[in-house]
Write a protein that binds this ligand. Structure first.
Ligand code: TRP
Length: 335
């Protein structure tokens, strides 16, 4: 994949959780050695639903620390904040003119988010257009995302094709790199792990806190008594074990669970220990970065400077082909 440009984004909901790591960051870290990777903290997306303005800056910074703690290396990839590059919104407006309301209304995420809302903010409908702008602004070839974003990527490709047909071949059709982690369920064992549902384990939580969270996890709902045999295939604690426990101890846990030789609390204890161990180096790196917020801001500043230059290049071409602004440049040049 050398020579390829990778782009992905994550909403600034504060410190990353297990789902963010397993479903995204793990893959982002791997890709930074294979391609030119640009990773974005998407604060313009984060304001589409109600939020607290006073807390947004700290959420952005906390997510940046999580990126760095997870192993993103600013010497090998570019990390930046979306609103530091205003061209995202300019291109989003432009792409609004080639996308249709009907296709936006067909997005399942839109349907889920807007269901039951009395008044749906236009930004909730247009969210995938901003996402398309993020990707196309850098003419990215590959976009690592979870499977819930596959539909947005398909729309991005359609928008790129349509723009290219009208204004000339320019945007590559970006390919989704769907994470192999599958859907990471939260501690409730039902919904996708997400901050807004409160079903997460923080990636940077202290060991005691990890245990306090993991012990509340829902297991096989049919296993009521300690003596009931368990069903690992439906148990979300077992599903999480797959990421943190080696094959052999995992097989033992599976057998002992089915035979009711270990209880759910024992099993959760082992999972908690596995999580604590896996994220130990990340907790240490996070502590280092938290102690030097100026360094984190500098990394984001450098990232934004690079992205602004790339974005301006794209927008010059886009404006030129669309007949926008070029009159001013010609006038300035005396043409
Ligand atoms: N919508 C994505 C999510 O919720 C975040 C995102 C915004 C994104 N812009 C992007 C992902 C561009 C990939 C590429 O996960």
């Amino acid at each position: 994949m050398s020579g390829a440009r990778v782009f992905s984004g994550m909403q600034p909901t504060g410190e990353a959780h297990l789902g963010n790591y397993l479903g995204a960051l793990r893959q982002w870290v791997r890709l930074q050695d294979e391609a030119d990777c640009i990773y974005c903290i998407v604060d313009y997306h984060a304001i589409t639903l109600e939020y607290e303005p006073a807390r947004l800056p700290e959420r952005v910074l906390d997510l940046a620390v999580s990126f760095l703690a997870a192993g993103l290396n600013p010497d090998r990839c570019t990390i930046f904040v979306q609103s530091d590059v205003p061209e995202h919104t300019e291109l989003a407006w432009i792409l609004n003119t080639v996308a249709s309301v009907g296709e936006l209304e067909r997005m399942t995420q839109y349907k889920d988010k807007s269901a039951g809302m009395e008044s749906v903010p236009a930004g909730v409908l247009n969210y995938p257009i901003l996402q398309a702008a993020d990707i196309l602004l850098y003419r990215a070839d590959r976009v690592p995302v979870g499977e819930d974003q596959a539909q947005h990527l398909e729309l991005t490709r359609e928008i790129a094709r349509r723009w290219n047909r009208r204004f000339g071949e320019f945007f590559p059709e970006p390919q989704a790199l769907i994470s192999d982690a599958g859907r990471i369920r939260g501690l409730d064992g039902q919904a996708k792990m997400s901050k807004s549902r409160g079903n997460t384990v923080g990636m940077l939580d202290e060991p005691a806190e990890i245990w306090a969270r993991v012990r509340t996890a829902v297991t096989d709902p049919q296993r009521v008594r300690r003596s009931d045999p368990g069903r690992p295939e439906v148990c979300n604690v077992f599903a999480l074990h797959r990421f943190f426990t080696a094959a052999e101890p995992l097989a033992t846990i599976e057998r002992q669970c089915r035979a009711a030789e270990i209880g759910c609390v024992d099993c959760k204890r082992l999972l908690s220990e596995g999580i604590v161990r896996a994220f130990e180096p990340m907790r240490e790196r996070a502590a280092e970065y938290r102690a030097q917020p100026a360094r984190v801001r500098e990394i984001l500043g450098d990232g934004a400077a690079r992205c602004r230059a790339l974005a301006q290049e794209t927008m010059r071409e886009v404006r030129e082909r669309m007949g926008l602004r070029s009159w001013r440049e010609r006038t300035a040049a005396g043409g």
